[in-house]
Design a protein around this ligand. Structure first.
Ligand SMILES: *Cc1c(COP(=O)(O)O)cnc(C)c1O
Length: 400
């Protein structure tokens, strides 16, 4: 076995390389485990609302059981996995760790893309360099040659790629990614945001297998071959836990070590950790794999419904749990949906998407409501969705 290459330490802010971070009661206790914990000013008795008494203590900054369960799910080494309060926190921590505040070394991103990359860079006061994706009419392609050239020209330290992308639903081809990683070795951290990986091809062959639906994940071998690669995953999409705010960054263990020192002292709330652990059990992963499969079938139905509408001019291929469309009359479509009580995401503020909407894949019933709201006949009848959306149809979504 060949030793994996070291992390290119010069990519970490010089002033943070030896930074110890906050020393919490949790992390500063040395020696054998105590029997009586009087070091964190926690309450001596639980709150009545805390029925299981699990929230009285500060949580572990990186709960080992969840770290291991998430790493097992992804088929990677836990030492290279950082848990975060959603991938949003991981994005922010990474930008702050790699780019000097207010400095010239910024980030490269590829619009149209997820808004948080630019938000984190802007709040941190570093430049955002944009390399637009190429619209082929049915998908968006990254121009990775220009990304590489932009890093070389500007000295940008972080490149953000989302695959499948939001709001495009397009993936970055494996060979292109390999080429970029080769070009940027030692120059920039390449972040591959795989928030929607479970929905991407190839479909999982055995539901509930350790890396369920994660066919797009670079393997542990990729990660050790490319020490400047960081992969983001989240519990917010396929796993149905957006409210729990749990995500992970997978990267070289040396980078992960620095990131955890920069990160907030207790990023994950105990109830969120418990939920995420429960969602990574074998049975829950089987359910998730089945939900992913039915979501992909409903995505086809949604795309079909949308493509039949006369005001919809383009329906992009999607490998995620949403569909991006262009409309000849976006206002008419939006109004129609609004009147029916259906919210979709208006994308018209994004460059190159002046006529675009993004529609998430809802339940079968919600998609039929949308179909009806958009159909000229029943739309005219003015039927509205008066009830709250129905809860997930468990019979449909549970595994056989
Ligand atoms: C939804 C989404 C995320 C998820 O962020 P969380 O903070 O984990 O909820 C990350 N990246 C992209 C591209 C997304 O669309």
């Amino acid at each position: 076995m060949t030793a994996s290459p070291d992390f290119p330490v010069h990519l970490i802010r010089a002033d943070l390389r030896a930074f110890a971070g906050y020393s919490s009661a949790r992390t500063s206790h040395a020696g054998p485990a105590a029997r009586i914990w009087l070091n964190a000013n926690e309450a001596a008795e639980p709150n009545r609302a805390d029925t299981h008494g699990t929230a009285r203590r500060y949580p572990s900054p990186q709960p080992q059981a969840l770290r291991q369960a998430f790493a097992d799910y992804l088929g990677v080494d836990a030492a290279g996995l950082l848990l975060a309060r959603g991938s949003d926190e991981a994005i922010d921590t990474l930008v702050r760790t790699v780019c000097g505040p207010g400095g010239e070394e910024g980030v490269v991103l590829c619009p149209p893309t997820f808004g948080m990359y630019a938000v984190s860079a802007t709040v941190h006061g570093v430049p955002v360099h944009e390399v637009s994706q190429v619209d082929t009419g049915h998908r968006f392609d990254h121009d990775l040659g220009r990304v590489s050239e932009t890093v070389r020209r500007t000295g940008a330290r972080v490149v953000f790629l989302a695959s499948p992308g939001n709001p495009t639903g397009s993936t970055v081809p494996r060979e292109d990614l390999d080429q970029l990683l080769g070009d940027l070795a030692g120059r920039a951290v390449v972040v591959l945001d795989e928030a929607y990986a479970e929905f991407a091809r190839p479909a999982p062959t055995s539901p509930g297998a350790p890396a369920a639906g994660s066919g797009a994940v670079p393997s542990a071998a990729d990660l050790s071959r490319h020490p400047h690669l960081a992969v983001l995953r989240t519990m917010s999409k396929a796993h149905g836990l957006a409210g729990a705010r749990v995500g992970a960054l997978v990267a070289h263990p040396e980078l992960v070590d620095v990131l955890r020192r920069v990160q907030a002292p207790y990023p994950l709330a105990t109830p969120a950790v418990d939920l995420a652990l429960a969602a990574l059990t074998h049975q829950a992963l089987r359910d998730t794999a089945a939900r992913v499969q039915s979501t992909k079938r409903r995505r086809d139905r949604l795309a079909d419904v949308l493509s039949r509408h006369p005001d919809v001019s383009t329906v992009y291929d999607s490998e995620a749990n949403f569909v991006l469309v262009r409309c000849s009359g976006p206002d008419a479509v939006l109004n129609r949906l609004r009147e029916a009580g259906i919210a979709v995401r208006d994308m018209r503020h994004l460059p190159g998407l002046a006529d675009a909407l993004r529609v998430s894949v809802g339940t079968g019933e919600e998609i039929e409501f949308l179909a009806e709201a958009l159909s000229p006949v029943s739309g005219a009848r003015g039927r509205t969705l008066t009830d709250h959306p129905s809860p997930p149809a468990l019979t449909e979504e549970s595994p056989p």
